[in-house]
Write a protein that binds this ligand. Structure first.
Ligand code: NAD
Length: 481
C-alpha cells in the first residue's frame, strides 16, 4: 500500500488550505525513511496573514454563546472518532509509532479534550463580590489570538489539547506543529471546518524553529503555549515576555519512578516498561530513572529482561507491533550517543543497545550512578536507567535532585508511604501504583524547569483567559474635592 500522505496544501489559513511559500519541508515515514509528503514552510508574511485572520475572526467567535462554541468542538470530536482508523494510520506515518498505540492514544485523547472542554464551556461563569451596596462582578474573557507550538511525539494530541481550551474560551489559534510531524494539525483544521468552526479561528502554519519564533513575537499574539524541550522553552518564554504575553510551557523531564520492596513486582515492572518504552520512549513524562529498593532489585531486573524479550519490534503498521522506529535520524543519533556514553561511564547494559536501522530496542542500564549522563539528561528514547536505593528518605532526596519536575511515580503497598512520597516528590504529576496516565480530567504540566501552566482539566481554562473586574457604584460619588 502506498504511504503517500500529501495534503491539499501545507498551511491552513482563514478556513482554507494555502500553499506555503517558504522552504521545502519533506516529511519522512520513520520506518522506511521514504518521503511521504513535501510541504513548504510559511513565510513571515504568511505567519502574519494567519494571525491577522485569527484576530479578525476572534471577536465574533467570542461573542457566541459558550454552548454554541462547545457544540462545534463536540462535532469535531465525533468526526475524529468516526475516522479513527484513517487518522491512526496518518499519525503512524507521521511519527512512526505503532498503530496499536495511535489507535488508542493519540487522536482518541485529542477527542477526549474536545469533548471535555466542549462540556465545560457553558459552565464557566464569573463571581459576584458584595461590598455592602456597591459590588464587583468578574468576567472571564478570552485573551484573543493564541499561538500553539507542538513537539513531534504526540502531534495530534498536542494540537487538540491546546486548541480545545483556547477555542471554548473564545480565543482564536494559530498552531505550528513540529517540522518533523506536520500532518495531523492540518487534518484537525479540516475537521474543525467540517464541524462548523468559523474561518480564521484555527489556523496552521508550518516550519522550523524560525517560523515558531516569528509567530511568538507577532504583535497580535496574546498567549503562547509551547510543548517542546527545556532549551526551546527558555527561548520562547523570553521572547514572549517582551510583549507580556501569557505562556504555557510543557517541557521535558527526567522523571523518577520509585519501586519499594513491598510493591507488586509485576505491576511495578509493567509500569516501568510503559514509563520507558511506550512510543519508543519518546514521551516527556517518562520515568527514566527507576529507583528500585535493594531487596527486590535482582528479581526486578530478571523479570524485566524476561518481559522485554517478548516485545514485538517492527513495522509500525502491523497490528502486532509494540515497538516502532525512532522519529528521525537526528533523534536516533542522539539516543545512540547517550547509550554509548552510558556504557563508557560504566553502567551495565542489562538488555537492548544502540540497535540498527531506524530502531533502538528497549534498553535497560543497571549499576548506574546518579551523576552519569544517562541518569541526569533527558534522552527522549527507549533508555531506562535503574538505580539502587535503601531507604525512603534516600530515594526521595535523590529523586528530587534534578532541575526537572514534570512527573514522578511510586510503587508500594504501604498506603501511608505512597501518599507521603507522592507529596514529597517535586513534580507536576505524581502517580501512586500507576504511571503515565494523563486523563483529560486531571491537570498536567511541569514544575521546576519542566514548565509553567497546566493543560487539561478546568485548570487549563485559567491559562486561556483573563479576569476582568467590573466595579458597580450603587450610590453617589463621595469626592473630597
Ligand atoms: P523542540 O524543543 O526541539 O521543538 C518543539 C517545537 O518548538 C517545534 O515545533 C519547533 O519547531 C519549535 N521551535 C524550536 N525553536 C523555536 C523558537 N526559537 N521559537 C519558537 N518555536 C521554536 O522539541 P521536540 O524535539 O520537538 O520535542 C521533544 C521535547 O518536547 C522533549 O524535551 C520532550 O520532553 C518535550 N515534550 C514535552 C511535553 C509536555 O507536555 N511536557 C510533551 C511532549 C514533548
Amino acid at each position: 500500500m502506498s504511504h503517500s500522505a500529501q495534503p491539499t496544501a501545507s498551511l491552513y489559513i482563514d478556513g482554507r488550505p494555502v500553499e506555503g511559500q517558504g522552504a521545502a519541508l519533506p516529511v519522512h515515514y520513520p520506518y522506511t525513511g521514504e518521503v511521504i509528503a513535501t510541504l513548504h514552510e510559511a513565510t513571515g508574511a504568511q505567519v502574519a496573514a494567519a494571525t491577522a485572520a485569527a484576530a479578525k475572526a476572534q471577536p465574533a467567535w467570542a461573542a457566541l454563546r459558550p454552548v454554541e462554541r462547545g457544540r462545534i468542538l463536540m462535532r469535531a470530536a465525533m468526526l475524529i472518532r468516526e475516522r479513527g482508523e484513517e487518522l491512526a494510520r496518518l499519525e503512524t506515518l507521521d511519527t512512526g509509532k505503532p498503530i496499536q498505540e495511535t489507535r488508542v492514544a493519540d487522536w482518541p485523547s485529542g477527542a477526549d479534550a474536545l469533548e471535555y472542554f466542549a462540556g465545560l464551556a457553558a459552565t464557566i461563569t464569573g463571581q459576584t463580590i458584595p461590598l455592602g451596596g456597591d459590588f464587583v462582578y468578574t468576567i472571564r474573557e478570552a485573551l484573543g489570538v493564541c499561538a500553539g507550538i507542538g513537539a513531534w511525539n504526540y502531534p495530534s494530541q498536542i494540537a487538540c489539547w491546546k486548541a480545545a481550551p483556547a477555542l471554548v474560551m473564545g480565543n482564536a489559534m494559530v498552531f505550528k506543529p513540529s517540522e518533523e510531524t506536520p500532518l495531523g494539525a492540518l487534518k484537525l483544521a479540516e475537521i474543525f471546518t467540517e464541524a462548523g468552526l468559523p474561518a480564521g479561528i484555527f489556523n496552521v502554519v508550518q516550519g522550523r524553529g524560525a517560523v515558531g519564533a516569528a509567530l511568538v513575537t507577532d504583535p497580535r499574539v496574546a498567549k503562547v503555549s509551547l510543548t517542546g524541550s527545556v532549551s526551546t522553552g527558555q527561548k520562547v518564554y523570553a521572547a514572549a515576555a517582551e510583549g507580556m504575553r501569557h505562556v504555557t510551557m510543557e517541557l521535558g523531564g527526567k522523571s523518577p519512578l520509585i519501586v519499594f520492596d513491598d510493591a507488586s513486582l509485576e505491576d511495578a515492572i509493567g509500569a516501568a516498561m510503559l514509563a520507558n518504552f511506550y512510543s519508543s520512549g519518546q514521551i516527556c513524562s517518562n520515568g527514566t530513572r527507576v529507583f528500585v529498593q535493594d531487596g527486590i532489585l535482582p528479581r526486578f531486573l530478571e523479570r524485566l529482561a524476561e518481559r522485554l524479550a517478548g516485545v514485538k519490534i517492527g513495522d509500525p503498521l502491523d497490528d502486532d507491533t509494540q515497538h516502532g522506529p525512532i522519529v528521525s535520524p537526528a533523534q536516533l543519533a542522539k539516543i545512540r550517543a547517550a547509550i554509548e556514553r552510558g556504557q563508557a561511564e560504566g553502567a551495565r547494559l542489562v538488555c537492548g543497545g544502540v540497535g540498527e536501522g531506524a530502531f533502538v530496542p528497549p534498553t535497560v542500564f543497571a549499576d548506574a550512578g546518579d551523576d552519569m549522563f544517562i541518569a541526569r539528561e533527558e534522552i527522549f528514547g527507549p533508555v531506562m536507567t535503574v538505580l539502587r536505593f535503601a531507604t525512603e528518605e534516600e530515594a526521595v532526596t535523590r529523586a528530587n535532585a534534578t532541575p526537572y519536575g514534570l512527573a514522578a511515580g511510586v510503587f508500594t503497598r504501604d498506603l501511608a508511604r505512597g501518599h507521603r512520597v507522592a507529596a514529597a516528590l517535586e513534580a507536576g504529576t505524581t502517580w501512586i501504583n500507576a504511571y503515565n496516565l494523563t486523563p483529560v480530567e486531571a491537570p498536567f504540566g511541569g514544575s521546576k524547569l519542566s514548565g509553567v501552566g497546566r493543560e487539561n482539566s478546568a485548570a487549563a481554562i485559567e491559562h486561556y483567559s483573563q479576569l476582568k473586574s467590573v466595579y458597580v457604584g450603587m450610590g453617589g460619588v463621595d469626592a473630597p474635592y
